[in-house]
Design a protein around this ligand. Sequence first.
Ligand code: AHG
Ligand code: MN
Ligand code: MN
Length: 340
Amino acid sequence: MGHRLKTLGEFIIEHQSQFKYSEGELSRLLNSIKLAAKLVNHEVNKAGLVDILGASGDINIQGETQQKLDLYANNVFMHILKKRDIVCGVASEEEDDFVVISDKDGGHDNKYVVLTDPLDGSSNIDVNVSVGTIFSIYHRVSGIGSPVTKEDFLQKGREQVAAGYVIYGTSTMLVYTTGHGVNGFTLNPALGTWYLSHPKMKFPTGGKIYSINEGNYIHFPQGVKDYLKYCQEEEGNRPYTSRYIGSLVSDFHRNMIKGGIYIYPTSTKAPKGKLRLLYECNPIAYIAEQAGGKAIDGFQCIMDIEPTELHQRVPFFVGSKEMVEKAEEYMNDYPDDANY
Ligand code: AHG
Ligand code: MN
Ligand code: MN
């Protein structure tokens, strides 16, 4: 047998000391996320099957399996995070407001908050295309002992202690950072074990993929239109290649491995963009920076934005550093567009 890959469990134990503030809680928190991810993976993988069984009418499907998968994923993550006595609150794209979690004795001594997009790219499920889960972890800022507050969730991305995503793709991967680089683990579904398959992930230089919903071109700000023109020009390693799945996690994951930029700009239809600062942009920005990339709203770093509301949207430019910086140059030709 060849070299044995390290498991996620082994990796977490070895790197325990790198976690800020933590005395083992963050390791346990990551352990609960990896369990939730396995459950969602199992459900996502039988999505087509459940539809078939449901349509036949003669198999009595539990209410749970009939739920839309994004609600199912939300419930799984909520349930598992509530159980472990580590998290004092969760905010999710699928919940109107943040959820307060009390500890075993009914107190409020837990230290961490989690923000999540439980199922990203959910419109792709019906057509068997990859979807993901995104999560972001902060240390609470309110005092231990009292219920979690909105301020615990409205922290700048820079304050994240960990962030990651799961991609339910041709294989299922968990990719995360605690501020010491980015590592990717692939699930062996037969064993239910995650293996360190992608250590120390970095954007390669010379990226040439651009990912944007170009159907909205007419509604884009002029800086984006100009940058797209640049991507398509014949010069040096251009024209670039266009790739757009419509699942942020999948588009980002591919671009991090191959080199590329993902853009969801403002448009006349979505004046603040579409993606959510807290559930999607901040965690992906953290991973991008840790992999040597960059993430901006067109003008400033995503993780420096002071959040004002839970479901806040922002325009998002993320990927290979030199590509994001080139897009930023074009955006800066129209400084008024910074006031979206
Ligand atoms: P979600 O499924 O969590 O609502 O997110 C979908 C997001 C993102 O994943 C994707 O990149 C983007 O929406 C696609 O939007 P368009 O269909 O407007 O291109
Ligand atoms: Mn999403
Ligand atoms: Mn979602």
